[in-house]
Design a protein around this ligand. Structure first.
Ligand code: DAH
Length: 342
């Protein structure tokens, strides 16, 4: 029997494979239910007690050598498997892992949409400075000297210079365009504006507006109404209705505020429209002749309309965003929701 064990030890020693099923066969041959080790243990049981100890040691050596052989071959096979995954099984046709490019900010998405809508009917885009003088922000726009909008509470003045301020609206760009361009003028002016307001869900000290201006001979209130109806339908859907309510702005006469039928409840009444079926979206009117004259345009020859809307407000209505502060916090969970919008 000792010789038999020596032979087996030599066989185990010599065994090697890189094939997993050959290894399994080897394991079954020795350790399986009807395997060699089982026979050995049976034989051990049958021996008289005085021989059990010696033979037991042989059997243990045999068992250990089988186990360590199996372990070492397994390790070898595993490392070969890793190598083959790294070196051979590379799928070169897989698309690359694109860098995450981020998404457009919802305010940028909305600004772009508004511009596209007005560009289609011949409006150009114009720009003006964010740091503005009193003339362009107030005086040329017919604001009386004592108008409350000039008050320190509303306006951020620059270094105690009462004449220089952060613009409070994009209407200042109207003035700049009229001063530098001969009619006909058809332009929209998107931009950032600043007001000294406490920050809340509905108000912020920085926000965005788009100003519109159309100056030509014979421009009438009907043109204003049709232009705004076209805009409302393009932006909020074909069945959108508009209504104009009389209002007051120093730079337009007559002035109006425009509501659209609530695009959420379709006019039935919900908490967005405060159960009125209408939501206010912009201010507008016929450019006051004083403003035309202030900007060097003959008010006897030309007439025009103007309008101004808040981009945040439009975005909140379009995407049902309830808190204005979200636009400025740059929370990725919020911004990521606009990834699919181009
Ligand atoms: N500038 C106004 C504001 O900030 C908005 C506005 C109203 C602009 C009427 C206009 C207009 O051009 O005609 O509230």
């Amino acid at each position: 029997m000792e010789n038999r064990i020596k032979e087996l030890l030599a066989e185990i020693e010599a065994f090697n494979t890189n094939n997993i099923s050959a290894l399994e066969k080897f394991r079954i041959k020795f350790l399986g239910k009807k395997g060699i080790m089982n026979d050995m243990f049976e034989h051990l049981k049958s021996l008289p007690n005085e021989h059990k100890k010696d033979f037991g040691q042989y059997v243990n050596t045999l068992k250990n050598s089988i186990n360590s052989k199996i372990e070492s071959i397994k390790e070898n096979l595993n490392s070969q498997l890793d190598l083959s995954v790294n070196q051979v099984n590379i799928d070169l046709s897989l698309p690359v892992n694109f860098n995450n490019l981020g998404s457009r900010h919802p305010i940028s998405i909305m600004r772009k949409r508004i511009i596209e809508i007005f560009e289609r009917i011949g409006f150009t885009v114009s720009d003006g400075p964010e740091i503005e003088d009193d003339w362009h922000n107030f005086s040329a726009l017919n604001f009386p000297e004592e108008h409350p909008a000039r008050d320190m509470q509303d306006t951020f003045f620059i270094e105690q210079k009462p004449d220089i301020a952060l613009r409070t609206h994009t209407s200042s760009v109207q003035v700049r365009v009229m001063e530098s361009t001969k009619p006909p003028i058809r332009t929209i002016s998107p931009g950032r504006v600043f007001r000294n307001e406490a920050i809340s869900a509905r108000a912020h000290c920085i926000f965005h507006q788009i100003e519109g201006l159309y100056i030509d001979k014979d421009v009438s209130f009907a043109d204003l109404k049709q232009t705004l109806l076209y805009f409302a339908r393009e932006m909020f859907g074909e069945d959108t209705k508009i209504r104009l309510r009389p209002s007051f702005f120093p730079f337009t006469e007559p002035s109006a505020e425009m509501d659209i039928s609530c695009n959420l409840c379709k006019g039935k009444g919900c908490n967005i429209c405060k159960y009125t079926g209408w939501v206010e979206i912009l201010g507008c009117g016929m450019v006051d002749p004083n403003v035309l004259e202030n900007c060097g345009i003959d008010s006897k020859v030309y007439t025009g309309f103007a309008f101004g809307m808040g981009i945040e407000r439009m975005t909140m209505l379009k995407y049902q965003i309830k808190d204005l502060r979200l636009f400025f916090e740059n929370d990725l969970n919020f911004l990521k929701q606009f990834e699919s919008v181009i």
